[in-house]
Design a protein around this ligand. Structure first.
Ligand code: PHE
Length: 360
């Protein structure tokens, strides 16, 4: 059986020498494949005499089994080695800091709305709401602006379309938050102290006007609320909101159909170097309209003007945000992106605490 022994030594050596699984597979094909050497020897059994076959047959079968077993073991060994090599090469440093994930941010208008609500809550005001698509009556008539009133033209109103033949007065996108005054008094009566923040709409677009913007309405009705209370509330608010000592307000006599007397309020600011700063400089920016609620408005809301009186104001939230955060162009609020927000220091859910509140 010299021949078989030679084959055996040769293939066992080749198996031991195979450097990887591909080399090992080549050895297997050469020995045990269809055209392999051992397969060839086994085919030769057919041509042998029965005596020769009796010894050669078991020897060849044993050889085949031995090589098969050696191949399996070698395959396992090479597989382990390959895995170890990969583990050694492809390591990961689990102590590295993670890649930063994309961050969302709170929009400055939302943040400022929250700040405004918090300050007025400290002053005893709760929050009221009303619809953005408003009836003509709530937006104008109930606020002492009958259809022919010239002030209606000043509002650059967006009118909702009516279908052909529908001759009811059109609904409008509310032009201010003042209709919430009426809705609140109708629903809850007086006395009351509420603010109503929300979206309002006017056909207007330039550096300090966008067609959609935000106002916060204020309303305080009781037996003897006066203009002095209005002035105090607004000054307290501005001091707390801007966190600047010496915020200066100017009350300018004005006219609104729904207040009498009326005042527009400007805040001292500077635009030096294109940078908007509050509490310094020689410029004034109008931030709100205000006054004593007109008796006709109280009556329209079902409140007796002989027994009750109070003040109302409407403030531009976007203006407040511009002033507080030094943002020069209002349009940037509504057509900009996260890089812009980050530029002004807004981070995810980073709502500055209202340091010291309003009691300083
Ligand atoms: N509604 C007014 C406006 O939008 C503001 C205002 C509100 C004035 C309440 C007086 C009282 O311009």
């Amino acid at each position: 059986m010299d021949e078989t022994d030679g084959v055996r030594e040769r293939y066992l050596a080749a198996i031991a020498a195979a450097a990887d699984e591909a080399a090992l597979e080549a050895v297997r094909v050469a020995a045990l494949g269809k055209k392999g050497e051992v397969s060839g020897l086994m085919r030769g059994l057919g041509a042998m005499s029965p005596e020769q076959r009796q010894t050669a047959g078991p020897a060849l079968n044993a050889l085949k089994d031995e090589l098969t077993e050696a191949l399996a073991q070698a395959k396992e060994r090479l597989g382990d080695a390959a895995l170890e090599a990969r583990v050694a090469a492809e390591w990961a440093d689990v102590t590295l800091p993670g890649r930063p994930a994309g961050q969302g941010t709170v929009h400055p208008v939302s943040q400022v709305t929250d700040e405004v609500v918090a300050i007025f809550a400290d002053l005893g005001f709760s929050v009221a709401e009303g619809p953005q698509v408003e009836s003509d009556w709530y937006n104008f008539d109930a606020l002492n602006m009958p259809p022919e009133h010239p002030a209606r033209q000043e509002h650059d109103t967006f009118y909702m379309a009516r279908s052909e033949g529908d001759n009811r007065p059109p609904h409008v996108l509310r032009t201010h938050t003042s209709p919430v005054q009426i809705r609140h008094m109708e629903a809850h009566g007086v006395p009351c102290r509420v603010i109503a923040p929300g979206r309002v709409y006017r056909a207007d677009y330039d550096q300090t006007h966008t067609p959609m913007f935000h106002q916060v309405e204020g309303l305080a009705i009781d037996r003897d609320i006066s203009m002095a209370n209005l002035k105090w509330v607004l000054e307290e608010f501005c001091r707390a909101f801007f966190e600047v000592d010496g915020v200066e307000l100017k009350f300018r006599a004005s006219h609104f159909p729904f207040t009498e007397p009326s005042a527009e309020v400007d805040i001292r600011c500077s635009w030096a170097g294109g940078q908007l700063r509050v509490g310094e400089g020689d410029d004034w920016l109008e931030i709100l309209g205000s006054g004593m609620v007109h008796p006709k408005v109280l009556a329209a809301a079902g409140v007796d003007p002989e027994a009750w009186q109070g003040f109302a104001f409407g403030m531009g939230i976007d203006r407040l945000a511009m002033l507080k955060y030094g943002i020069p162009d209002l349009r940037a609020f509504f057509d900009s992106d996260l890089r812009w927000l980050r530029h002004y220091g807004f981070a995810a859910l980073d709502i500055p605490t209202l340091q010291g509140g309003i009691s300083r």
